[in-house]
Design a protein around this ligand. Structure first.
Ligand SMILES: [Fe+2]
Length: 204
């Protein structure tokens, strides 16, 4: 559980990270709360696959900022309460690149790796994702982890355009997407990690 505790590190990257998290919360409170849950789920998966403390720290920063680029998405798209039209979808996809750009502006030895995870968190294991259609393990590990945690949380949560699904329904969908959207080995580890997680969705 040590790896999951709130770190009180005062490194420049952490200080900037806290500031950016506040900025994101001001722009889009929902995304800030979602990001906090994705940090938690990602860290649990990271512990399950025995990442080092340094890797867990990098993963945590990457998860915190996976959707940071939404700061740069216009209100009419960001806060649209219904499904996107094609042009709105293309606009929303830019958040991965905007987030990468913001993180790369931080002068820190950690920023390259975090920025890479942010850029690639919507890649799919079979190459059907964006922005670069990366395939399999060419997708950075942290991005593959965040993608799973992000998908899980998004489906469990009730949104304007869908009800929250049960834990079992979400796991069935993730398993249907195994090898398509998600890394099979990571999904196997996630299945073990989520069973003992406080962040597991409702049973029914
Ligand atoms: Fe995203």
């Amino acid at each position: 559980m040590t790896a999951l505790k709130q770190r009180t590190d005062t490194s420049p990257m952490r200080n900037i990270a806290r500031t950016l998290a506040v900025a994101l919360g001001q722009r889009d409170h929902h995304t800030r709360l979602h990001s906090d849950r994705v940090v938690h789920l990602s860290a649990e998966l990271g512990v399950q696959i025995s990442l080092s403390d340094r890797e867990l720290e990098q993963l945590s920063l990457s998860a915190q900022f996976h959707d940071l680029g939404k700061i740069g998405i216009p209100d009419k798209v960001l806060h649209k309460p219904s499904r996107f039209e094609q042009n709105e979808w293309e606009c929303m996809k830019q958040h991965a690149l905007i987030g990468e750009r913001i993180i790369l502006a931080i002068d820190s030895e950690n920023s390259q790796e975090v920025a890479r995870a942010v850029r690639h968190h919507h890649e799919h294991y079979d190459g059907s994702g964006y922005p670069d259609s990366l395939v399999g393990t060419d997708i950075p590990l942290f991005a593959r982890i965040i993608s799973l945690a992000d998908s899980y949380d998004a489906m469990v949560e009730t949104r304007a355009y869908h009800r929250g699904r049960s834990h079992r329904e979400v796991m069935d969908i993730l398993n249907m997407e195994c090898g398509i959207k998600h890394d099979p080995d990571l999904l196997h580890a996630f299945t073990a990690a989520i069973e003992k997680s406080e962040a597991r969705g409702p049973a029914d």
